[in-house]
Write a new protein. Structure first.
Length: 85
């Protein structure tokens, strides 16, 4: 499971989303799917749950979604926006 780091805030809109790292003063722009993934992290969904939900919502194979979600979560972790538990 991943947890959003302290000092990180986010918002979604029709174009995707924005993540703000208050401690470092950095802003990250997310596309629509990335914003959905980040939102679900805030709802304390596991990676597996997120993959399943996105796969069903967009009718895409779980293998493709799993690769993309895993890559995205790793990039969030590298940026310090989430922590793996």
């Amino acid at each position: 499971m991943y947890e959003i780091s302290a000092g990180v805030r986010s918002t979604r809109n029709k174009d995707g989303g924005i993540v703000l790292d208050i401690k470092r003063g950095k802003i990250f722009h997310l596309n629509g799917v990335a914003a959905l993934v980040f939102e679900r992290l805030g709802l304390r969904r596991t990676r597996t749950q997120i993959v399943h939900e996105i796969s069903q919502e967009f009718d895409v194979s779980t293998e493709i979604v799993e690769n993309d979600v895993t890559e995205f979560l790793e990039s969030l972790q590298r940026e310090g926006l989430v922590q793996g538990l």
